[in-house]
Write a protein that binds this ligand. Sequence first.
Ligand code: AMP
Length: 429
Amino acid sequence: MRHQAPRGTRDLLPADTERWQWAESRARDVFERYSYREIRTPMFEDYELFARTSGESSDVVEKEMYRFHDLKGRDLALRPEGTASVCRAYLEHNLASEGRVHRLWYLGPMFRYGRPQKGRFRQFWQVGAELIGTAAPTADVEMIALFVDLYEAWGFENLVVQVNSVGTPETRQRYAERLRAWLEPARERLGNDSRQRLETNPLRILDSKDPRDREILAGEFSDQPMPHMLDVLDDAGRKRFDEVLVGLTGLGIDHRVDHGLVRGLDYYTHTAFELHAEGLGAQSALGGGGRYDGLIEALGGPATPGIGFSIGLDRVMMLLEERGELPLEKQQSIYLAAMEGTRSQVPTMARALRLVYAVDYDLEGRSLNAQMKAADRSGARLVILLGEDEWEQGTVVVKDLSSGEQETVELEHLVEALDRRFEPSEGSP
Ligand code: AMP
């Protein structure tokens, strides 16, 4: 039987990986310039960690967790997201003792047992950031600026961030009641999940993807407009939210208040934000985040504010590929070609050159003609040909495959000749 990658997963072949690495390295650069430091946490954790932080009524916990027992019967789960793990590590290693404010970022695969469709996988990649230890509204502004600057580093333009405030648990409670009362007349027409959530957690109905629910949320069943979270915020929450908006405007970050924006997980407080893309259908969210002042306490730590976001790299890469906007790094590589009498020199020369350059060569003693074809296919910029006569005289031929130019170079000047040819390479980021 021939095997296939498990449903909802996929392979990134070398050509894909090169594009992903380009996007990842752009992200790294941005994080570094924002003074964020990378954290790597395990890909699986105690199931309880996610159950506790994702909230009992969230889809991820209810239906999508990759939960398993190991050989000792430990109850574990593949991580569905990064924030809970980062906060767990923050507490476990008492990062608070090393300074109050921590700026962290991560990148890695996440796992959710959802129904695969365009832009939705069971193993997907997220890049994200967490700013832990401050409740200052300026932290929210920095987070959103970082979020937007990542997309800009990947070449996205004209971005409009959607923002909302989900308040505090108390104001949210008040809002939940208003929302419940507003939806009550449409109760029978809601989807099954949403009808249940009307009792347990009406806010999550705003997240529903069910077309019937979306139609109801559009509000035609009622002569009252959908209640807005912002209208029930307390004064401090409202002031805070206004400060964030003013900060965004000050940085020239385009944003729009989206009253239907509530994050799917229960530990979020105050600012929530999201970015959507056209052309991805129901799975249009490219990334999102928000403040989670209640999370670290929920994990048994001291009350510690935090804010973060995560961006789905699969969707980002899909969009960049569809738009043909992925600059491919020009290969700065060399193909070493030889003739019968010089073949034995190749491995030594390749090893020396490989200290600096990417070098490829034929392993199978094929004809010069075959080697030149392989050089073309390899995408190498330069061929170094070890001709028999030239080698006798201590020279090689350097051929530039993009221009067709070639020159004979003395071995002792080879490195200079290569550097000269590689130097002003257009297109390399
Ligand atoms: P969330 O943690 O649900 O807020 O998701 C953050 C981002 O991760 C989303 O905006 C998507 O871009 C991405 N994402 C979430 N779930 C999936 C999935 N199953 N497959 C691919 N990307 C996903």
